[in-house]
Design a protein around this ligand. Structure first.
Ligand code: LLP
Length: 409
C-alpha cells in the first residue's frame, strides 16, 4: 500500500488553503513509480508518465526527479514537459487525429513522435523521409479497459492505425523510406487483466518482422488502480513476468533486443491525489439525505462522466455514527458524486475528502457555472506547497473581449 496522507494532514491543508482543494502526495507518486521499476528491474523498460492525468509543472518536475520520462497528448503538453525541464529524448508525443503542423512542431522540438494515421505518416514521409525516426500507434483490435469510454484499442476505436491495414502501411513506409523506430499500442484505461498486454504483444510480434529498424515496443498505459477496499488492481509483478516471458518466446527477428516502453498515468498519480470539499447544506428528503458540497462536476467529473466510484470520507467527524448520504454538488445540473453512501455523521461545514483524485481530477475541471477552478497543493516530505492558486474573478474575464461600445441598450 502506497503511503497515504492522514486526516490530520488533510484537515490542516484545508484550513490553510481553503476548500475545495486538490492535494497530491509526492511520496505516493514515488512509491508507485518504485513499484513499477522494481517489478521490471530485470527488463530494459522505460516509463513515460502519461501527463494528461495531471500536468502541473511541479508534478512534472517531481516525476522527472524520480527518473520517468513523459508521454504527451498535445503539443502544449510537450511544451509544458520541456518547460518543466525534460530533455526532448525523454518526451514522447503520442498524437491522435492532430493537424500535421503539430507533428512537424514536435519534430522540430526534437521529441519522440508517435504517428497514429496513414494520412499523417504519408505527409511525414514526403517531408522528412528517413531523416527523423518515428513510432507508429497501431490499433490492435483488442477490447480492453474499464468501460467503453476509456477503451481505445477495439475495432471501432478512432485511435491508431488498424493492424489490418499493414500492407498499406508498409507501402507508405517503403515509398518514403520512413525510419520506424517503435511500434505502439494503448488499448484502454483500467486494464486489470494482464493477458490483455500479452495479447497486444502477440499482435505486435506478427508485425515486428516487417520493420527492420525497430528499437522499442510501447505497450501504452492503462494499469488499473483500486478505488475501494477489495477492488482489483493490475498485478504488476505478474505483468512483468508475462511480458518477460512473451519477449523470451519471440526473440526479435532483427537480432537486436527491443526496449519496452510503458505510459502509466493513473498508476502514478491517482492514489496520490485527494480532493477536499466542504459541506454547504444538508437537506433531508423522503428519498435520501443530500449533503451538498462546495464543488460539482466542474471540479471532479469522473463520477458523472464514467460512473466512477471515488471513496469519500468525512474527515471532520471520523468517529461519527455511520449514516447514508447522497453527496451532490452545488452547480445547476444533477451532479451526484455518490448516492446513499455510508459516511460518518455529516454536519454542515464538515470536510469531505474524495480519494484517488490525482488522475483526471483537476485536469478535467472546468469553469462551468462561472465557478473558479480549485487550487492545487503538493506535499513533499510532509510539507504542503501551493502549486496552483485558486482562480478569482479576473480569471473568469480573462480572454473575454469587451465590445460594449457595439451593444447599445
Ligand atoms: N497512453 C495513451 C496513449 C493514453 O491515451 C492514455 C490515456 C494513457 C497512456 C494513460 O492511461 P492510464 O494509465 O492513465 O489509464 N479520463 C479517463 C481516462 C482516459 C485515459 C485516456 N488515455 C478517466 O478519468 O478514467
Amino acid at each position: 500500500m502506497a503511503p497515504q496522507l492522514s486526516h490530520e494532514q488533510l484537515s490542516a491543508i484545508a484550513n490553510q488553503f481553503g476548500t475545495p482543494v486538490y492535494v497530491y502526495s509526492a511520496d505516493t507518486i514515488a512509491a508507485q513509480y518504485n513499484r513499477l521499476s522494481h517489478a521490471f528491474a530485470k527488463n530494459d523498460v522505460v516509463f513515460f508518465y502519461a501527463c494528461k492525468a495531471l500536468t502541473n509543472i511541479n508534478v512534472l518536475r517531481y516525476v522527472k526527479s524520480i527518473g520517468a520520462g513523459v508521454d504527451c497528448s498535445s503539443i502544449n503538453e510537450v511544451k509544458l514537459a520541456l518547460h518543466a525541464g525534460f530533455q526532448p529524448v525523454n518526451v514522447l508525443y503520442t498524437s491522435n487525429g492532430i493537424d500535421f503542423s503539430e507533428i512537424e512542431e514536435a519534430r522540430n522540438l526534437g521529441v519522440n513522435v508517435n504517428i497514429d494515421s496513414l494520412s499523417n505518416l504519408q505527409k511525414f514521409g514526403e517531408k522528412f523521409g528517413h531523416t527523423y525516426p518515428v513510432s507508429l500507434r497501431l490499433r490492435p483490435n483488442i477490447l480492453a479497459g474499464g468501460n467503453l469510454k476509456i477503451s481505445t484499442g477495439h475495432d471501432r476505436s478512432k485511435f491508431g492505425i488498424p493492424v489490418e491495414q499493414l500492407s498499406e502501411l508498409l507501402s507508405v513506409v517503403a515509398l518514403h523510406n520512413i525510419y520506424i523506430r517503435g511500434l505502439h499500442i494503448h488499448t484502454g484505461s483500467e486494464i486489470k487483466d494482464v493477458e490483455v498486454f500479452v495479447k497486444g504483444i502477440e499482435v505486435l510480434f506478427e508485425m515486428i518482422p516487417s520493420f527492420t529498424e525497430l528499437e522499442f515496443i510501447d505497450l501504452g498505459g492503462g494499469f488499473k488502480v483500486p478505488y475501494k477496499e477489495g477492488d482489483a488492481e493490475t498485478d504488476i509483478d505478474l505483468l512483468a513476468k508475462k511480458v518477460s516471458e512473451a519477449f523470451a518466446d519471440h526473440p526479435n527477428p532483427n537480432g537486436k533486443p527491443l526496449q519496452i516502453w510503458f505510459e502509466p498515468g493513473k498508476y502514478l498519480v491517482s492514489s496520490a491525489g485527494y480532493f477536499i470539499t466542504r459541506v454547504n447544506v444538508l437537506k433531508h428528503t423522503a428519498a435520501t439525505t443530500f449533503a451538498s458540497i462546495n464543488s460539482g462536476f466542474n471540479h471532479l467529473i469522473r463520477p458523472m462522466f464514467y460512473d466512477s466510484y471515488h471513496r469519500i470520507e468525512n474527515i471532520s467527524n471520523p468517529s461519527g455514527a455511520l449514516q447514508k448520504y447522497s453527496v451532490v454538488g452545488n452547480i445547476c445540473e444533477t451532479d451526484t458524486f455518490a448516492w446513499d453512501r455510508e459516511l460518518n455523521e455529516v454536519r454542515e461545514g464538515d470536510y469531505l475528502v474524495f480519494y484517488n483524485a490525482g488522475a483526471y481530477g483537476f485536469e478535467m475541471s472546468s469553469n462551468f457555472n462561472s465557478r473558479f477552478k480549485p487550487p492545487e497543493v503538493l506535499v513533499i516530505k510532509g510539507a504542503p506547497y501551493l502549486i496552483r492558486e485558486r482562480e478569482d474573478f479576473k480569471d473568469l474575464l480573462r480572454n473575454q473581449v469587451d465590445i460594449s461600445a457595439q451593444i447599445i441598450d
